[in-house]
Design a protein around this ligand. Structure first.
Ligand code: ZN
Length: 185
């Protein structure tokens, strides 16, 4: 049975038994907060618990590494939608120690893609279109530096509402302890 088969089976009884009732809330974040964090599985439940966030409390955006690499990419757009359309007023970037994006380089993906028999010459189309693929696939060397960089990218955005607090933190994926890298007033 695939993961999805068991999910769908579970879902039928979840809905039938009204198990969604404790999670009823609105689309507007009660704590007026938007968080960018990493997709790391260890943070799935730990991060909300460690930050005292219940369902409905915050907008949570995730990607590999909690990285903002493009000022006009989907992460920045999501942050702006949360601030303008969904009543969020405060932003927090939460990286984590032991992140898989630390020291990550495109070569790791190229090697494994070749092992899977992929034809990497097709990447040339993207190169011709001006995409720097090595840069696009790159992680970071230091998690705290990456959080600072992401915070900086957000703060410098011309569409960020004035006086929006943008914080930077790093969480331990074991204990949930938060280390403040940058705290807005
Ligand atoms: Zn991570």
């Amino acid at each position: 049975m695939s993961a999805m088969d068991s999910i769908l089976k579970f879902n039928e009884t979840f809905v039938a038994n009204n198990e969604y009732k404790p999670y009823e809330t609105s689309k507007f974040p009660n704590k007026k907060l938007v968080i960018l964090t990493c997709m790391d599985t260890r943070l799935l439940e730990l991060l909300p618990k460690a930050m005292n966030l219940a369902n409905g409390d915050a907008k949570i955006i995730k990607n590999a590494g909690a990285m903002v690499t493009e000022p006009y990419g989907s992460i920045m757009r999501s942050i702006l939608v949360a601030l303008y359309e969904l009543q969020a007023e405060e932003v927090a970037v939460v990286g984590h120690y032991g992140c898989g994006m630390t020291g990550f380089h495109s070569e790791a993906i190229y090697t494994k893609a070749k092992e899977k028999g992929l034809d990497l010459s097709r990447l040339e189309d993207a190169s011709y279109a001006g995409v720097d693929i090595d840069r696009w696939l790159r992680g970071f060397e230091d998690v705290e530096e990456n959080v600072k960089h992401s915070v900086d990218m957000i703060k410098r955005h011309p569409l960020l509402p004035e006086h929006t607090p943008v914080h930077g933190l790093v969480i331990s994926p074991e204990t949930g302890k938060l280390t403040v890298v940058e705290k807005a007033e």
